[in-house]
Design a protein around this ligand. Structure first.
Ligand code: FAD
Length: 388
């Protein structure tokens, strides 16, 4: 290979492809290096929604909202269709305790300016007539986009490939060479060496391996999630619907839930797709890097889904799959330079929000590398937060 690029982006998921796109737009020559193929990691083993109401009020929700706005621009900017749809999103509550916590959560988001409202059981039924009739109510958010994550990766790549971006698929990064000042000098791959002064680690769950190459300990762990796919039918739901237990499982909130769900963090989610198949989830557990969808988890998800959405009992499940979310303890990704290794950047650790946050992550990384004012305060996403 022995080529020279301004920047090497490692990892061809939504985060790597977004970083590569935004960097080329700033005028950099970029090599995107992926050990498998574009969108073969978590970015093709997931759902595809960008929401406000699965984020914590504050920095988390603000980053999600900035990305939603950027997605609407990207719809015009990227010529390859990534199936963006504007929909609403519902959280539904099974118990009075959940309803109380959900109402406070909705109120906190509302105070920050997001269009979130609390719904009565009757209002829930009006929005989604196939929901179970015994629910206590829910919350509704207008800010929700549906996206095909696989196509999104290709939309980013296709727009700039050959115009500043070269893609090296089936090419694994094996080492990063530093010079005597501890600064990035070259990236070694299974197909040869790339000379560069800047490398962006966008390897999601595998980011810790690329961190070790320069002596960094990046605290990301794979957190598995299973999804079921239904056969195509008439549109049974209009928007993303989740039980509030999803928030309890994602953020470890204090709230009583059926104990049998805890083992795999199972909670009901349903999402329409462009082909009228629905994606039904979900689960959350730490089980290494394996992506088997175990029958025990599939059964638990199916049972939970039928409890909230009884019409699913009459439908077939045609497929199941699992992916690993790049989990970080604080539920905030790393979007950062690294002071002790000049030229080394990290964009990883987005857990269950990587699709949603990909546009603004790519934008921020490009601004950080140019050295210009960033569109958001990057302090909460910096690697040096571990030193504090
Ligand atoms: C079940 C499930 C549902 C989800 N639903 C949503 C959702 O609705 N909305 C949302 O926003 N997020 C969702 N997510 C989360 C989202 O999918 C992830 O946050 C996102 O895909 C992470 O993208 P990434 O680019 O960081 O990682 P990946 O897509 O995993 O990309 C990393 C890439 O790095 C490559 N790589 C690793 N090591 C090397 C190496 N040495 N050399 C070269 N390449 C290497 C890998 O092959 C991989 O392709 C969900 C996740 C799961 C599991």
């Amino acid at each position: 290979m022995n080529k020279t690029y301004d920047v090497v982006v490692v990892g061809g998921g939504v985060i790597g492809t977004s970083c590569a796109y935004h960097l080329v737009k700033k005028g950099f020559s970029v090599a995107l290096v992926e050990k498998d193929d574009i969108a073969k990691g978590t970015s093709s083993h997931c759902d595809g929604v960008a929401l406000i109401v699965d984020k914590m009020p504050g920095i988390d929700a603000a980053l999600g909202y900035a990305s939603i706005k950027r997605f609407l621009e990207l719809k015009e900017e990227l010529r390859y269709d990534f199936e963006l749809h504007q929909r609403g999103s519902l959280y539904v509550c099974e118990t009075d305790e959940e309803m109380e916590i959900a109402s406070k959560y909705a109120n906190d988001l509302h105070k920050e300016g997001y269009r979130v409202s609390v719904l009565t059981p009757e209002q829930l039924q009006e929005k989604e007539p196939f929901l179970a009739k015994d629910l206590k109510g829910g919350i509704f958010s207008e800010e929700c986009l549906g996206i095909n994550p696989f196509k999104l990766c290709f939309a980013f790549v296709n727009e700039v490939k050959g115009k500043g971006l070269d893609v090296y698929a089936q090419t694994e990064v094996t080492n990063i060479k530093l010079n005597t000042d501890n600064a990035v000098e070259a990236v070694e791959t299974t197909k040869g060496t790339i000379i560069t002064k800047r490398v962006v680690n966008c390897c999601g769950c595998w980011a810790p391996e690329i961190g070790k190459m320069v002596g960094l300990n990046i605290p990301i762990e794979p957190r598995k999630g299973v999804i079921l796919v239904s056969g195509a039918s008439f549109p049974i739901c209009k928007q993303k619907i989740q039980e509030f237990g999803y928030m309890v499982s994602k953020f470890g909130m204090e709230c009583k839930r059926p104990p049998e769900l805890e083992k795999y963090g199972v909670s009901f989610t349903i999402e329409p797709s462009a082909g009228n198949n629905v994606l039904v989830g979900s689960s959350r557990n730490f089980a290494g890097y394996g992506t088997n969808a175990e029958i025990e988890i599939i059964n638990m998800i199916a049972k939970r889904a039928c409890r909230f959405f009884p019409i699913l009992k009459e439908m077939n499940c045609i497929r199941s799959y699992a992916g690993v979310r790049p989990f970080m303890e604080e539920h905030l990704p790393l979007i950062t330079d690294v002071e002790e290794v000049p030229g080394y950047y990290i964009a990883a650790g987005h857990e269950g929000d990587g699709i949603s946050m990909s546009p603004v992550t790519g934008q921020l990384i490009s601004e950080i590398i140019v050295g210009e004012e960033t569109c958001r305060d990057i302090e909460p996403f910096r690697f040096n937060r571990y030193k504090k």
